[in-house]
Design a binder for this molecule. Structure first.
Ligand code: AMP
Ligand code: MG
Length: 408
């Protein structure tokens, strides 16, 4: 049982906290990078094509290149042109060139008759179908897709595989994009040991570090591992200073009211401006958020709670949207859906609450609360695939009530 709320402590609401994070998470300065590194990023320039596409009149079928106005029923085949070759001979009345898809059209030809519509009637002699041949049949004309100088993709476009293909076609090996945010990760606590190490009495493994690293990667950021920080002002000062070189610094632990919770003081001493500390959220109350601003750049600092479930919930609610915004994707808020409760639910209120739960049935979503002990119960969270969103007010919900859920 958690102690009753201390009403003397000011807590920021989840909505207000989201608004404050969104306000500070401005898109990063554009950078030129390799096209190969750009999928999923936001383009930061208008891109024009330097070439016509296709760059020549191109056969769109394997067949015979002919002049559409030529009435001769039979044609002498004068040469074969493969993709990558250049035709050497012009098509004249009574002749045709055997041509493969992708090859440049020979002079004098303006249509391709596919092989399957022709008949071999002698050595290098073919018969064409009775149906009239239209100019341009099965020919992709020069510049018909894109003209040189034309804008092919506008600034602020998200680079999906299709856009990458278009940029490759246009010969753009390097492009200007909003880069991925760099996110330094610093779990703190004297009790923490790294994953590969043996746990002695009184110690626990650092699960937040790997969890947050994976979460940053999944959210499109580049994680930077700062190791584990001890509850020691000097050590924290040194590690935090390094972390402030990144676009975002994620700390975990040391932000509550304990004697060795040194993170807020250390951040203030270094000059990180606190925007809010403690929010009306369960789990996740101790969250600390601040900004270090210099003339040319800024670092967003999140002091996440030490308890792994709290840390995860705060990441999903605040850090994930912030990373999206830094990468230029714009503010989206929390993307909630709805589901019907599989059983009754008693919510005692006090703080906005995000309860681990499992939803099923795409067509008519039903959600079941996952039993869990407290915000240190990471194992219970593994059974969840969403969080049921409950308000700060107390609620008695019947089975079948529709509630908002946040997918995780
Ligand atoms: P704190 O906010 O530092 O008081 O930490 C709250 C709780 O979270 C304590 O029980 C810590 O042992 C636990 N905790 C802190 N950091 C981590 C971490 N990196 N991994 C797992 N548990 C942690
Ligand atoms: Mg601690």
């Amino acid at each position: 049982v958690e102690p009753t709320e201390d009403l003397t402590i000011k807590m920021t609401s989840v909505e207000e906290a989201l608004r404050l994070v969104a306000k500070h998470a401005t898109p990063l300065a554009p950078q030129r990078i390799d096209l190969a590194d750009s999928p999923g990023l936001i383009l930061a320039e208008d891109v024009t094509s330097e070439l016509d596409s296709p760059p020549y009149d191109k056969a769109q079928m394997d067949g015979y290149a002919v002049a559409s106005h030529d009435q001769s029923p039979q044609r002498q085949v004068i040469e074969t042109v493969a993709a990558g070759d250049l035709p050497r001979r012009a098509v004249t009345p009574g002749t045709a060139v055997r041509i493969m898809t992708g090859a440049p059209m020979p002079e004098g030809a303006n249509a391709v008759v596919p092989f399957e519509k022709t008949k071999n009637v002698g050595a290098d002699l073919i018969e064409l179908p009775q149906t009239p041949i239209q100019p341009g049949d099965h020919v992709f004309a020069l510049g018909n897709s894109v003209r040189a100088g034309q804008t092919i993709i506008r600034q602020s476009t998200i680079l999906r595989p299709v856009e990458i293909g278009i940029l490759a076609e246009a010969g753009r090996n390097r492009i200007q994009v909003i880069p991925q945010p760099k996110v330094a990760i610093l779990p703190t606590g004297n009790e923490l040991v790294a994953v590969g190490q043996t746990v002695a009495a009184g110690q626990i493994r650092n699960s937040n570090g790997p969890l947050l690293t994976a979460a940053v990667q999944a959210a499109g950021g580049v994680p930077i591992d700062l190791g584990i920080g001890r509850d020691d002002s000097d050590e924290l000062h040194r590690l935090i200073s390094t972390g402030l070189e990144a676009d975002v610094l994620l700390l975990s632990g040391g932000v509550s009211a304990g004697d060795f919770d040194l993170v807020p003081d250390t951040l203030s001493k270094i000059g990180v401006r606190n925007v809010f500390h403690r929010i009306s959220l369960r789990p996740g109350k101790p969250l600390w958020f601040g900004v270090l601003e210099s003339q040319s750049r800024q670092t967003l600092v999140f002091g996440l709670p030490g308890n792994p479930v709290s840390s995860f919930v705060c990441f999903e609610l605040f850090v994930r949207p912030a990373l999206r915004q830094l990468a230029g994707h714009g503010f989206r808020g929390l993307h909630q859906q709805e589901a019907r409760l599989s059983g009754p639910l008693s919510h005692r209120g006090g703080r906005a609450t995000f309860r681990p739960a499992r939803w099923e049935n795409q067509d008519d979503p039903v959600v079941k609360i996952v039993p869990w002990q407290n915000s240190a119960d990471l194992a219970a969270l593994a059974a969840a695939n969403c969080l049921v969103v409950l308000p700060a007010e107390p609620l008695q919900l019947d089975s079948g009530s529709v509630v908002p859920i946040l997918l995780i």
